[in-house]
Each structure stands twice: as structure tokens, then as C-alpha cells.
Design a protein around this ligand. Structure first.
Ligand code: HEM
Ligand SMILES: CC(C)=CCC/C(C)=C/CC/C(C)=C/COP(=O)(O)OP(=O)(O)O
Length: 303
């Protein structure tokens, strides 16, 4: 059955509540982004963090990320209306008008930017704003519709938060922060393409040129596998440059072995739900990987 309904133009058919606004901020994604920003903050220095850049930094990065997510809901409303996964979102449903959503996004962005500028530093404010533009404008408005490499290029915006956390504490870009960015950047293709394989028909119907639509599911599975191997190598770098210790090395190797198992299964012995399982595991993988970085860091300083 075709569950998609198209945009509901009869204004406010159902009244919008705070839950609709909350949903548009992609809260689970923003929470994980904030964990990676927090890890960037913690790894930038030994011992306890100063509370002002900690609280203001997380608030500002969170508010600008949420704003980017709301803008994505507005700009993608026509695409979202055609996909089973997204047709029920507040904007395509007509619960929140594009103008209301954009006003909400503007308030979040102004608030977030001001907090970063006043209580953190200008470098962090500008880099976070650049990430918002990278995701909400460059990825959403252009790349997503233009090329199957959309998420590879656009992934840089979502990978930025560890660097944003680091600069919030130190005011400087550091090579160790760039390694954390590189990890998320390499993680993004298997994270997203696993889901895109599962939702290939959705994307085809909405005419979004995602890799499984343009190059086929088998080609995408090979790409997931290759990026997962690359991720395993990139995850070794923090240990090899002396940034982390053996706790991280052992834990991350285990996580990457499990990710590789899913990627191999997806290519060579898939069941109906393997793609979705791989996508779900990617989220657990990134969360545990960044928690491991924290554990490893504080263990080193407690010795
Ligand atoms: C260009 C980069 C990215 C793309 C295209 C992408 C794509 C997606 C998509 C389409 C979903 C929705 C799945 C659904 O609704 O069932 C999703 C979910 C998710 N993504 Fe990503 N993602 C990207 C980067 C990231 C980053 C950087 C993070 C965090 C560090 C992240 C964390 C998550 C989380 C936590 C979910 C689950 C959300 C939920 O269950 O509500 N993603 N991703
Ligand atoms: C300031 C800053 C760090 C900004 C980055 C913000 C951000 C929310 C990044 C996450 C990337 C993401 C969820 C992409 C999916 O978009 P999609 O349109 O492909 O997925 P959808 O179909 O679920 O909307």
C-alpha cells in the first residue's frame, strides 16, 4: 500500500504541539553529535574542564545543530512527503508551516551563535555556523539532489562537532581534533548507505540520487564494506600517534570487528533485515567508540 500522502496544504489541519517542534530538531542525532563534541572538549586537556565553555559550548553547538535539522525539514518537505519514512513529519503533514519552522530555526541559530560568540570564542562560533551552512544549505539544498557522493562530501558538517568542542576549550585547531573528525567522516558512508539500501525504493520514488538508486544495491554494499575497512584503519590512528592508550585500541578494534562482520554479512549473506541491523549498529558503534575515548583519556590521567 502506498502510505505517502504528499504535502498537506490545508493549513494546520492538526494543531502543532511542542512535540512537533522537538521532532524537527532531530533530537537523537543532536544528542550523539553533542557526545562527540563533549569528547573533543575532554580530550583537549588533562583534568577537569572549565564550566563556562563546557556549558555554553554544548548549548551553542546543540542549538545550531538543531537549527540545521529544522531547516533540513523545511527544505526537504517535498522529498519527505514522498517517502514512507518521512511523510509523517510535521512540515509535510501541514502541522507546522515552513514559515513557522524557519522562524523556530532562526531563533535557535541566533541564540546558539550569540552564546558561542559571547561565552565561548569566535572561532568556535564561526566553525559551528559553517557546519550549519554545510548541512542545511550545501548538503540539503544542493548535494543531496545532485550527486550520489552527497553524503561523502556533506558528511564533513556532521563530523565537525569534536573539532567544535576542542576549539571551544582551546580556541585553536589541533591535529588530534582533526583525527576525531576523520573518524566520523569515514563512519558516515557505512552509517547512511546501510539505511539507504533498506530504503532504496523510497529514495527512488522521491528521485533522490542516493548511491543504491544510481549505482545499485550490490555496488553500495561493496562501498559499505570498503568504507568499513577504511574506518578500521582510521580508528587505529589515535593510538598510533600516541593520543590514546590500549583501552581505546582494544575496545575500538572490537567495535570495528563487529562493524566489519555486519558489512560482510550485508554483502555475502544478507537476510531481509541485515541492512537495517547494520545501520542500527553503526549508531551504537559511534556512541561506544566515543565513550571509549573518554574512558581511555581519564584512565590515563588517574594513573
Ligand atoms: C551526511 C551525514 C549523515 C547522513 C546522510 C545521515 C543520515 C541519517 C538518516 C537518514 C537517519 C534517519 C533514520 C530514520 O529516520 O530511521 C539517521 C539517523 C541517525 N543518525 Fe545519521 N546521518 C549522518 C550523519 C550522522 C552523524 C554525524 C551522527 C552523529 C554523530 C548521526 C547520528 C544518527 C542517529 C543517532 C540517528 C538515529 C536517529 C533516531 O533514531 O531518531 N548521523 N541518519
Ligand atoms: C552545526 C552542525 C554540527 C550541523 C550538523 C547538523 C546535523 C543535524 C547533522 C546530521 C546529519 C544528518 C542527520 C543527515 C541526514 O539528513 P537527510 O536529509 O539525508 O535525512 P532525513 O531524510 O532523515 O531528513
Amino acid at each position: 500500500m502506498d502510505k505517502t500522502v504528499g504535502i498537506n496544504h490545508s493549513e494546520n489541519l492538526q494543531k502543532a504541539g511542542w512535540r512537533d517542534y522537538y521532532e524537527m530538531t532531530k533530537p537523537n542525532v543532536v544528542l550523539l553529535l553533542l557526545l562527540t563534541a563533549l569528547v573533543g572538549m575532554c580530550l583537549s586537556q588533562p583534568g577537569w574542564l572549565p564550566w563556562q565553555p563546557l556549558v555554553a559550548g554544548l548549548f551553542g553547538i546543540g542549538a545550531l545543530s538543531a537549527s540545521a535539522a529544522v531547516i533540513n525539514h523545511v527544505m526537504d518537505r517535498r522529498i519527505d512527503a514522498q517517502m514512507a519514512r518521512t511523510f509523517n513529519r510535521p512540515v509535510p503533514k501541514g502541522k507546522v508551516s515552513p514559515r513557522q519552522a524557519l522562524t523556530f530555526a532562526l531563533v535557535l541559530a541566533l541564540l546558539g551563535y550569540m552564546v558561542l560568540e559571547i561565552w565561548v570564542n569566535r572561532l568556535t562560533a564561526l566553525l559551528t555556523l559553517a557546519s550549519l551552512v554545510g548541512y542545511a544549505a550545501i548538503y540539503t539544498l544542493y548535494l543531496k539532489r545532485a550527486t550520489p557522493q552527497n553524503i561523502v562530501i556533506g558528511g564533513l558538517a556532521g563530523a565537525a562537532p569534536p573539532l567544535l568542542g576542542w576549539t571551544a576549550m582551546t580556541g585553536e585547531v589541533h591535529a588530534h581534533a582533526m583525527l576525531l573528525v576523520l573518524i566520523i567522516y569515514t563512519w558516515t558512508p557505512p552509517h547512511f548507505w546501510a539505511l539507504a539500501i533498506h530504503r532504496e525504493k523510497d529514495y527512488a520514488r522521491a528521485k533522490v540520487p542516493m548511491l543504491p538508486v544510481t549505482h545499485g544495491v550490490e555496488y553500495t554494499k561493496v562501498s559499505v564494506l570498503l568504507y568499513t575497512v577504511l574506518l578500521g584503519i582510521v580508528c587505529l590512528l589515535p593510538y598510533l600517534v600516541g593520543m590514546t592508550g590500549v583501552i581505546y585500541l582494544a575496545g575500538s578494534s572490537l567495535l570495528n570487528a563487529v562493524f566489519l562482520y555486519y558489512a560482510l554479512k550485508l554483502k555475502y549473506a544478507p537476510k531481509e533485515n541485515t541492512a537495517m541491523q547494520t545501520f542500527k549498529f553503526s549508531i551504537v558503534h559511534l556512541m561506544l567508540l566515543f565513550l571509549l575515548l573518554l574512558l581511555d583519556h581519564y584512565f590515563k590521567f588517574s594513573l
